[in-house]
Design a protein around this ligand. Structure first.
Ligand code: NAD
Length: 504
């Protein structure tokens, strides 16, 4: 069932899809589903209800070894790496079509696994996953190398070759999409891939690997090993036959991945990590309605479980009171927690009860440190079985407070008053993170200055969280060292070789 069809489903239809779905739970290695060698399983829980959805094969180091061996064999055989660019493109285009055709199952698995509203999956996640595979398919035969200017009897050219076996470790907040941002460029470049999805959302990515084979991808080129981060993820990152780890997740684990690379084979490491995104609203904000809407959508959408969530709202004192008044008027009821299978719901539960409790602890810390709770701050009535948190707004926040410094990863907005551009820049940059920023001003000079001086990989001016596949997405500082999407992302999965040929 294609994405355009499933977008029209109502609640009853989604409930019947959810009760009929039979997710695959084994690992996918060498083109087939297999059980974990040690036979372990871990449970996935629907965070909206607390019910166990399935028991998934728990990969260990032994399964990672098996998957790496399969990926290495496939790579060396050349069935994928030496396939003509045009043929490789055709496989990825077919994969995009098959993902579309399997939309019904893939969408419902995202919602059952991590609680994301089904409307978000059908309008944001799945269309973006399809587009990601199409975009990187399009890029394949656009990779060029150079012949450089050398002395007369030398020909020097550069060559881009695949790296070999790439390990991809992905998070749960956009399970398929974050995996696609890694797997698609790595495959497009001709590598073999082993994906280790987050243990909170292991189900949808398994299908991706199966569909790759259905699309004509050779067995062994794309493998999925589910399991715990500290076992399967660590084994992958420590593996001597893995040429690169591409990672999206927390800064804490990103640092571990760097150490694993150092402890093993000095593999390439691409990191997309956490954030504490500032949105800066200057006194000459061009459109207060649009700016306030961007502020609450920027922190409440996807339950605030977004790496670039605009969690710090830096508001110039001259417009502070009007901004807060309008945020409360427009934002307090804009997101209503509910059943994520209902297409009318725009806020689901957090991913797990542990995540819910963590966010509630941050809210308590905010109160204790003296921030003013304007609304929210607890859990919604009638939804006690799920891991829900109400959309929450703090004002009077200072940038030294815990809620302003640490990544909460929940629907908690903090308004920090600032005086003018200088202070806005200083506060925006006073963080270990540097993923993204929003800037709202009518003054072109101010806009350019903020773009140059804010330490973040992505800056939006008079808009927030927009972009397309050409946009490099990734951070600076402790938000990471890599860029997803964009043509450069594909190049980051290649080795740049130099051939210096002396001739007569
Ligand atoms: P996480 O770091 O807990 O887990 C991410 C992945 O790493 C999971 O697959 C997990 O199993 C694995 N892992 C955990 N410990 C490991 C270890 N010791 N060795 C190897 N792998 C290990 O992050 P999460 O909770 O799944 O995701 C939320 C985080 O991801 C947030 O910090 C968010 O900001 C970040 N994120 C960043 C981006 C970006 O583009 N910068 C995008 C989405 C999410």
């Amino acid at each position: 069932m294609s994405i355009s069809t499933v977008k029209e489903y109502d609640l009853a239809k989604w409930h019947s899809v959810a009760s009929a779905v039979q997710p695959e739970v084994r690992l996918f290695i060498d083109g087939e589903y297999v059980d974990a060698i040690e036979g372990g399983r871990f449970e996935t829980v629907n965070p909206a209800t607390g019910e166990v959805t399935s028991a998934v094969a728990a990969g260990t180091a032994a399964d990672v070894d098996r998957a790496v061996a399969s990926a290495q064999r496939a790579y060396r055989s050349g069935t994928w790496a030496r396939m003509s660019p045009r043929e490789r493109m055709e496989v990825l285009y077919r994969l995009a079509d098959l993902i579309d055709a399997r939309s019904e199952e893939l969408c419902v698995l995202e919602t059952l696994d991590m609680g994301k509203p089904i409307a978000d999956v059908t309008t944001v996640d799945l269309p973006a996953v399809i587009e990601t595979f199409q975009y990187f398919a399009e890029c394949i035969d656009k990779v060029e190398s150079a012949v450089t200017a050398t002395e007369y009897d030398v020909l020097h050219y550069t060559l881009r070759q695949p790296l070999g076996v790439v390990g991809a470790i992905s998070p749960w907040n956009y399970p398929l999409l974050m995996a696609a941002w890694k797997v698609a460029p790595a495959l497009a470049a001709g590598n073999s891939v082993i994906l280790k999805p987050a243990e909170q959302s292991p189900l949808s990515c398994l299908r991706l690997a199966e569909l790759f084979v259905d699309a004509g991808g050779p067995p062994g080129v794309f493998n999925v090993v589910n399991g715990m981060g500290e076992t399967a993820g660590k084994a992958l990152a420590l593996h001597d036959d893995v040429a690169k780890i591409t990672f999206t997740g927390s800064t804490e684990v990103g640092k571990l991945i760097l150490t694993y690379a150092g402890q093993s084979n000095m593999k390439h490491v691409g990191l997309e990590c956490g954030g504490k995104t500032p949105q800066i609203f200057m006194e000459d904000v061009p459109d207060m309605d649009g700016a306030v809407a961007a502020a609450f959508h920027g922190i409440f959408s996807n339950m605030g479980e977004v790496c670039n969530a605009g969690s710090r709202l830096l508001v110039d004192r001259s417009i502070h009171d009007a901004f807060v008044e309008q945020f409360i008027a427009d934002g307090r009821d804009a997101y209503v927690p509910g059943n994520p299978l209902d297409p009318e719901t725009n806020m689901g539960p957090l991913v797990t009860v542990e995540a819910q409790q963590r966010v509630l602890r941050y809210i308590e810390a905010g109160k204790q440190e003296g921030a003013h709770l304007e609304f929210g701050g607890g859990t919604p009535e009638g939804l006690e079985a799920g891991a829900y948190v109400n959309p929450t707004l703090f004002t009077g926040v200072e940038n030294v407070m815990k809620i302003a410094r640490e990544e909460i990863f929940g629907p908690v907005a903090s308004v920090i008053p600032v005086n003018g551009v200088e202070e806005a820049i200083a506060v925006a940059n006073d963080t270990v993170y540097g993923l993204a920023a929003g800037v709202w001003t009518s003054n072109l000079d101010t806009a350019h200055r903020l773009v140059r001086e804010i330490e973040a990989g992505v800056i939006w001016v008079n808009c927030f969280d927009e972009g397309d596949m050409t946009q490099p997405f990734g951070g600076m500082k402790q938000s990471g060292n890599a860029k997803d999407k964009c043509f450069d992302s594909l190049l980051s999965y290649t080795e740049l070789k130099s051939a210096w040929i002396r001739h007569g």
